[in-house]
Write a protein that binds this ligand. Structure first.
Ligand code: AMP
Ligand code: MG
Length: 508
């Protein structure tokens, strides 16, 4: 197998412009349209994640300078960099779009961090591209700050995710239902390869391109797959690795009460990172049917539907890989059946992998990770607790912190008031407490603070009006999710009834 070009970039010169490699553009020119960002008329830095900048080997002081801000909107392209719009396809709500791609985004290039990791640096809201279709290529301040808040929270919660490095107001108005201030988000990701990238490559009919894409994905994300033997074995190993990474990811979402909201195949990464913070939200009340997106009328991407939808998306990934799953010289009549059999076997690992990750996670959340045996008993306990929580609309995040208090007290009392059916909860606790749940271990995995929908909206409204203080405070809270802070109780509470049903929007 040929090694893909991953030209390492030198460390950033202190105070100067970053060095950006163009390995993706070089290795996969068919998926890369060289392009330039639209100029930002009056760029103003709204947020910069200093710690992330340092992790990336970037100088926060320089990024805050006029030159740095110019760089963060794509106006200053460092010498040797080749920004590109990436081309991909995707199933959106089950319908196939053969050509999507970066309609309002650009891959500036790859950075090599001081720790030696390769990270994409990417802009969102940077203007029209040849892939914009009917869109304006722009993004508004509110949604870009929303991605900053929620992806920062996810990172702090230990969920693999793209990260927001900066949000810059462009000084350009964006026409939505109303006129909104425009912004560019600079985000980093371990890459922007997605299931839709493979669907696009497969649809070209160019198996050599598909092979090159697989090789890039293996080298970048799943290098152990390169040791798997023949090229066909390596492709299967890639499929297996993506299935495993994504199964683990969606288990984390479900354990935390996160609803992605737009799990199209173009938003399912090869790395196993969460991407595309459009209509996402955390549930307050535990409810598998919870769905917030204004366009998800059928609940296709509802909270409890996510593991099933991911399996569907992974089946699309497996389909895209089919030509690689058998050796080229074995291209006889039965080869496509053999490829399907191989893909089917790999996909069969998804449900057990998800179930194992979810089961292990529920045990940790209930403080029972170190309790040996009792497997069936604990499974039943988890099911019964979730049923009680669903029936009584119990706050998912709050419940698990109160349960740790109950474990500490050795009594159901600290949590029972969350339930209408208090006797039902007491009976449940009488099964759970004798297993001696570990309260400290629970506090280490059950967050006190998640980005509550009403607080996100409050902070974004203030920020859009020019006051960034509530947003900064919210980011501070949700990036320290496990440590309870006296005086910050309102950040731990679900939305008041007056907030009403919550609706989120994609592509805004
Ligand atoms: P998303 O829902 O963010 O995954 O976007 C789906 C597709 O629509 C991607 O190809 C985006 O680049 C494109 N898109 C979303 N918003 C815009 C916009 N305002 N202008 C152009 N393309 C857009
Ligand atoms: Mg997307």
């Amino acid at each position: 197998m040929s090694a893909p070009a991953t030209t390492p970039s030198a460390p950033a010169p202190a105070g100067g412009e970053p060095r950006l490699a163009h390995a993706f553009a070089d290795a996969l020119p068919e998926l890369a349209v060289p392009w330039q960002a639209a100029p930002a008329p009056a760029p103003r830095l709204l947020v910069l994640d200093d710690a992330l900048a340092v992790d990336l080997g970037l100088d926060p002081t320089w990024l805050r300078s006029p030159e740095g801000v110019h760089f963060l909107t794509g106006g200053l392209v460092p010498d040797g960099a080749t920004p590109v719009a990436q081309v991909y396809a995707g199933h959106q709500f089950g319908g196939y779009s053969p050509r999507l791609g970066d309609g309002r985004a650009l891959l500036l290039g790859e950075l090599t961090t001081p720790a030696g990791e390769v990270r994409d640096l990417h802009l969102k809201g940077s203007g029209r591209t040849p892939l914009s279709r009917g869109g304006d290529g722009l993004a508004a301040v509110g949604p870009m700050l929303r991605e900053h808040v929620i992806s920062s929270a996810m990172h702090a919660l230990g969920v693999p995710t793209t990260q927001a490095l900066a949000v810059v107001a462009t000084g350009r108005d964006v026409q939505r239902e109303v006129v909104l201030p425009g912004a560019v988000l600079a985000r980093t990701a371990s890459s922007h390869l997605r299931v839709g990238s493979f669907q696009y490559a497969r649809a070209t009919g160019d198996t050599a391109l598909l092979r090159r894409l697989a090789d890039v994905a293996i080298a970048r994300h799943h290098p152990q797959a390169a040791q798997a033997g023949s090229p066909a074995d390596q492709a299967k190993a890639l499929l297996d690795a993506v299935i495993a990474a994504q199964a683990d990811l969606v288990a984390q979402w479900v354990l935390l009460g996160f609803v992605h909201g737009v799990m199209n195949t173009d938003n399912t990464t090869i790395s196993g990172e969460t991407i595309d913070y459009g209509p996402c939200a955390f549930v307050d009340a535990y409810d598998p049917a919870a769905s917030f997106s204004s366009i998800d009328h059928q609940g296709r991407y509802a909270y409890g539907a996510q593991p099933g939808v991911l399996e569907w998306n992974l089946a699309r990934f497996a389909e895209a890989l089919l030509p690689l799953l058998v050796e080229e010289q074995d291209d006889d009549e039965g080869s496509s059946d053999r490829a399907v059999a191989i893909a089917t076997e790999s996909l069969g690992a998804y449900r057990p992998r998800f179930a194992a990750a979810w089961r292990a996670g529920t045990r940790r959340k209930l403080g029972l990770a170190a309790v040996a045996g009792h497997d069936d008993e604990v499974d039943g306990m988890v099911t019964d607790l979730l049923r009680l929580a669903q029936t009584d609309h119990v706050d998912h995040t709050g419940l698990h912190r109160r349960l740790a208090d109950a474990a500490r007290a050795g009594s159901s009392a600290p949590a029972r008031d969350l339930f209408l059916d208090r006797e039902g909860f007491d009976a449940w606790a009488a099964r759970w407490l004798p297993l001696a749940p570990d309260a400290a271990a629970m506090d280490a995995v059950n967050p006190v603070y998640v980005p509550r929908n009403h607080l996100v909206e409050e902070a974004l409204a203030a920020a859009t009006g020019g006051d960034l203080a509530p947003l900064e405070r919210l980011v501070d809270v949700v990036t320290h999710p496990y440590v309870e802070r006296p005086g910050w109780e309102r950040y731990a509470e679900p939305a008041p009834d007056a907030f009403g049903p919550y609706t989120t929007f994609c592509g805004t």
